[in-house]
Ligand binder design. Structure first.
Ligand code: ADP
Ligand code: MG
Length: 412
């Protein structure tokens, strides 16, 4: 059997040097933004719920040179010989094809938000975040671009957590409106607001201030003799966009039938009730569609698991933290129905090989799993998953070890 590939992060000096070299022109600077892994709280962001992401040490680096016109040229080390071109003048939503929609969309969104001083630029991207693996390479790209454009145009939002909300909005708009990839905000907040050694408890209730929406939660696995294995199944994404939209629509319809703005309101009512299980059953009984009932049950129980996980972790009850990972996955598999065989097999093998808990992370329909494992065990368990994949004829997975790292920053 072949050895599983472990993806090492680039350090900032190396990332900056490579991005500068790819731009091939004098960059005004180099900025970096991380991918993220969500510990728990999946498909909750667009329901006004809670999530708990960490920033990965794996980042996307952007070397950028602004110029006065409206032309944009971007290149990525994914295809270093093919630059993409766009024009900001007269650009409308959906007006850029391919991956360039992400960085061009950020400039477009900032201009739409009233920052007309954002002009054309040349930029080069170098990344060690796996693409399309549920680890948010797209947010790493849009957030690094937003921070770079903020800096070179003197907008002044990058230096504070509150200011970064404006850049996050532009990154979200780029994905939703220019790239046509629906996103609920978890990824961009994680990439822009996480700090080293911490997860963020992200409260997605609409309209919160920066201070209200994020709490930094210490996340030091080493102190507990543990580490976090991330394994990218490399399962081909199937019908991803349509399924994601369908889940969102189902949640919105359910909330409307229950007469509430979003499912977070139900989750809070259930949590506050004397008999949460009965309160949830009563609410579900008001919905006449079984599929919708299961979708709602996932969202409500998953929101509850976020604070339960934070509590368990703070108490040092790692068995309970692991059990909550397991419960989250099972809910995503059975009630939300966003897993695929590769995700379920990877989780099963991780559990069988001694992980305290394992779950899919990200939107699902492919992508990655995470597993809470004893320190030093990541490689052995990842290899066991790779061997099982080979036996089943699945694509070879790849892995990385995740430590809670810093948010987007200037590196050169
Ligand atoms: P994820 O964000 O989980 O990696 P998405 O499907 O949201 O998955 O985003 C992946 C897409 O983002 C890619 O298909 C590509 O269009 C774009 N992208 C992200 N990073 C890069 C990069 N470094 N170079 C070129 N395109 C990128
Ligand atoms: Mg993405």
């Amino acid at each position: 059997m072949t050895n599983i590939d472990f993806i090492e992060p680039l350090d900032d000096a190396e990332g900056a040097a490579r991005a500068r070299a790819l731009l091939g022109d004098d960059a005004a600077g180099v900025w970096a933004a991380p991918g993220r892994v969500n510990l728990i709280g999946e498909h909750t962001d667009y329901n006004g719920g809670l999530c708990l992401p960490i920033a990965l040490p794996h980042r996307t680096y952007i070397a950028l040179k602004p110029h006065g016109g409206s032309a944009v040229t971007v290149v990525s080390d994914v295809a270093p010989d093919q630059s993409a071109h766009a024009d900001l003048a007269g650009l409308e939503a959906g007006g850029v094809d391919g991956w360039a929609a992400y960085p061009v969309g950020v400039a477009w969104a900032l201009r739409e938000a009233g920052f007309g001083q954002v002009t054309g630029f040349d930029a080069a991207f170098v990344s060690c975040v796996p693409l399309g693996s549920g680890l948010s390479s797209s947010a790493a790209m849009t957030c690094s671009t937003a921070l770079a454009l903020d800096d070179v145009n003197g907008l002044g939002f990058g230096g504070s957590d509150q200011g970064r909300l404006t850049l996050i909005d532009a990154a979200i708009a780029a994905e939703n409106d220019m790239a046509g990839a629906s996103t609920g905000g978890l990824d961009q907040n994680a990439s822009m607001r996480c700090t080293a050694g911490h997860a963020i408890r992200l409260d997605c209730t609409p309209g919160l201030s920066a201070a209200e929406s994020v709490t930094q939660v210490p996340f030091d696995l080493e102190a507990h003799g543990l580490e976090l294995l991330v394994l990218d199944t490399r399962a081909p994404h199937q019908l991803n966009d349509g399924q994601y939209a369908a889940r969102r629509a189902s949640c919105e319809t359910a909330a409307a039938r229950l007469g509430i703005d979003n499912l977070r309101i139900l989750a809070d009512a259930v949590a506050a009730s004397d008999d949460p299980a009965q309160a949830l059953a009563d609410a579900l009984a008001r919905l006449d569609d079984d599929t919708m009932r299961r979708r709602v049950r996932h969202v409500v129980t998953e929101i509850g698991r976020v604070d339960a996980f934070i509590d368990a972790f703070a108490r040092g009850d790692m068995a309970q933290a692991g059990a909550l990972f397991d419960a989250s996955h099972d809910s995503l598999r059975d009630d939300y129905e966003v897993t695929v065989p590769e995700l379920d097999v990877a989780v099963d093998v991780a559990r069988r090989e001694g992980a305290l808990g394992a779950r899919m992370t990200g939107g699902g329909f492919g992508g990655s799993i995470i597993a809470l494992v004893a320190a030093g065990e990541s490689r052995r368990i990842a290899q066991a998953i790779a061997d099982e994949f080979a036996r089943r004829g699945f694509a070879a997975p790849r892995a990385l070890s995740a430590t809670a790292s810093d948010s987007a920053h200037r590196v050169a």
